[in-house]
Design a protein around this ligand. Structure first.
Ligand SMILES: Nc1ncnc2c1ncn2[C@@H]1O[C@H](COP(=O)(O)OP(=O)(O)OP(=O)(O)O)[C@@H](O)[C@H]1O
Ligand SMILES: [Mg+2]
Length: 252
């Protein structure tokens, strides 16, 4: 059986600058992976490339999804396959309400948004799960939202779309302690035997709620270390410098 996601020797340029320099990663159904690494190491680049952002150029390597090569596939088709990205910096869309935005995204992904009544009911249920006040639905997307509210909206969208691969780019950043628990509940609801999850984070905190099977460290555009859940605690204690030293020793 093909892996849910297989990234093979992926090299990516942004505006002519090489950012990813040979990333290999395999995510099987049912697995939760955490991706950590210093600022600027290429984590968001990887997540954007997985979603097919046109700004990023794949110069070598490929991305397979359920065994099919999606390296050159358009974003909306990837979304239809069930790939979802929660952005590190969600954008505001003034003039578009949360409810309309979510209904439109559901239609774009499923091809059919279903009956309004059913949608409203599901939205209410998911909002209750994420402990979001109903007034949220009538506000404009991310317009004037606090940092934590933006992250909750990303989680709400994920909960509605029920992706088969969820890439969460620092969804925990800026969340207060209660919001972190609530957002983690949303992520754990999505997790299951048919779903792969890639949690990009700087902190061990979220990983005590969303338990990863594997933790990877991305440095200078390459995964330099992979381990189990205990890696996150180790990194929290030791930082990344020791891995830099190891990397130098290997290169020498
Ligand atoms: N248009 C661009 N031109 C040049 N360099 C760029 C461009 N866009 C991104 N980069 C660089 O690519 C590198 C990787 O950025 P990326 O956002 O993927 O890092 P990250 O690991 O997500 O960092 P963080 O932890 O801060 O979110 C950075 O050094 C960034 O400055
Ligand atoms: Mg980033």
């Amino acid at each position: 059986m093909a892996s849910l996601l297989e990234i093979q020797d992926l090299h990516v340029d942004v505006d002519g600058k090489p950012i990813l320099k040979g990333v290999n990663l395999r995510v099987e159904k049912g697995e939760i992976h955490a991706l950590m690494g210093p600022n600027g190491s290429g984590k968001s680049t990887l997540s954007n490339v997985l979603m097919g952002h046109p700004k990023y150029t794949v110069t070598k390597g490929r991305i397979l999804y359920n065994g099919e090569d999606i390296t050159a596939e358009k974003t909306h088709l990837r979304a239809r396959r069930g790939i979802f990205l929660a952005f590190q910096y969600p954008m505001a869309i003034p003039g578009v309400t949360v409810a309309n935005f979510l209904r439109t995204s559901l239609k774009a992904v499923r091809g059919d948004e279903g009956a309004v009544k059913t949608f409203r009911k599901t939205l209410r249920e998911k909002m209750a799960l994420l402990e979001m006040p109903e007034t949220f639905a009538t506000r404009y997307v991310n317009d004037g939202f606090s940092g934590g509210e933006k992250k909750r909206l990303e989680t709400l969208q994920m909960a509605l779309l029920e992706p088969t691969l969820a890439v969460l780019d620092e969804t925990d950043s800026g969340l207060d302690i209660d919001a972190l628990r609530i957002v983690s509940t949303g992520i754990n609801k999505i997790a299951g035997p048919n779903t792969g999850i890639l949690v990009i984070t700087h902190y061990q905190r979220i990983l005590s709620y969303v338990k990863p099977h594997f933790v990877h460290v991305l440095m200078s555009g390459q995964i330099v270390h992979s381990g189990g859940a205990e890696m996150a605690q180790e990194l929290e204690k030791k930082g990344y410098d020791w891995l830099k030293e190891e990397e130098k020793a290997v290169a020498a």
